[in-house]
Design a protein around this ligand. Sequence first.
Ligand code: PMP
Length: 392
Amino acid sequence: MLTGHRICPVSTFSDYIASLKANNSFRQFTPVMFDDDTHITVDGRKCINFASNNYLSLAHHPKLIEAAMSALTCNGTGGTSSRFVGGNTLIYDMLEERIARFKRFEKALVFPSGYTANLGAISALCGAKDCVYIDKLDHASIIDGITLARTKFHSFPHRNYARLREILARTRSGCERAIIAVESVFSMDGDISDLAELRRIADVYDCLLLVDEAHATGVFGARGAGVIEESGVSADIEIGTLSKGIPSAGGYIAASEEIIDVVRNRARSLMYTTALPPSSVAVAHEAIAVIESMTEERAAFRARCRAFAERLTSAGYGLFGTQSQIIPVRTGDNDRTLAVAGALRNEGIFAVGIRHPTVPKGEGRIRISINRGHTDEDIEALYNALTRCRSL
Ligand code: PMP
C-alpha cells in the first residue's frame, strides 16, 4: 500500500499542506455517530454505513457489550501499564489461548493493535542480514515493520507469483532468514492471495510464510478463522487484528511457541506500550465464540457479497478483481473519487473514497464494505445510488 509521506517533498509545512489541497489529497476527519451496526449519522444526516470493517455486524451484540461491562466493573477502565511492567491479567492469557485454538497455531501473542503486531513481528524476527518479500499492495504496517527492522526487502507485483519466484531465485542466497509476507484478503482491492502457491514457493526457497488475516477473520473459513482455514494451507506466522470481524481493539501474532518467545522478548511495539484495556480483551475473547458459531450466517453473507459483485460487474463497473466483502468500485482520479463519495453521501450512502496516495494515481475507488447486517433493501439502495452517481 502506498503511504502519505511519499508525496513530493516540499520545503515548508505550509507548502506541503497547499500541495495536498491542490491534489485533493488533504485528509480530515469526518464527524460521525454510530447509530447501530449498519447506520451512521454523518454531519447530521442518517446514512447506511458501507465504510465499516465491522464485517459481521457484531459491534452491538448484547453478549459482547455484557462482556465489556463486566470487565469494566471487575478490572477498571485502563490497561494501566505495559504487560511486562504492571503485570499480566489472567484475561490476557485466556485470550491468547483462545486465539491460538481458534487459529490452530501453538501460541498467540496479543498486541495493542494489528499495526503494532506487524511492526513487532517483523522487527523482532528480521535484521540486516535477512530479507522480507512483500506483495506490492501489502499494508503499511508490514512496510513500517520492515523499516523498523532495518532489514532488506523486495516487493513483487500484486499476486504475481512467477515474479516472486524470479526475485527469490536471484536474491535468496544473499540473505539469511527470509519471510514472504502477504495479506490474505487485500484491504483496498478485496482480492485474495494464493496461499497454496505461496506455501510451495516458501518451501522451495526456505522462507517463512507470514499471512495477515486482518480482513479475513470472521468472514472466511467454516469456523471463521480466515483464508488459512478455508484454503487448508499452513502458514508459519499469522498476523491479525481484533478490530474488524472481531469488533474490539488490538492485534495478535499466532505462530509456533519458539517464534512467539522471540517476538515476546524483542518486540518494542509490545514492550514499550500500555496493555489494552481489560474490556477490549474480554470483548475479543467473547467474540471468537460467537464467530465460530456463525457458520451458516457466514455462508449466506458470502453468497450475498458475491451476488452483489457479480451484479456490479454485469453492469460494467470496474471492481479490481474483488473476491470478498470488500468491493472497490473504480472512480479514477482524486477529483472524481471525491465527487462520487460526496454524491453518495447526499443519497444517504456512507462509503469512503480512497484516493492517491493511498492507492496508485488514477486508481481512486469507492471502497464498499458489505457487512452481514446489511439488508436487501440497504444493498438495493446502494446499487441505485451508484447508478445515479455514475455520470459524474
Ligand atoms: N493489517 C491490515 C491488512 C490492515 O488492513 C490493518 C488495518 N486496517 C492492519 C493490519 C492494522 O490493524 P489495526 O487497525 O488493528 O491496527
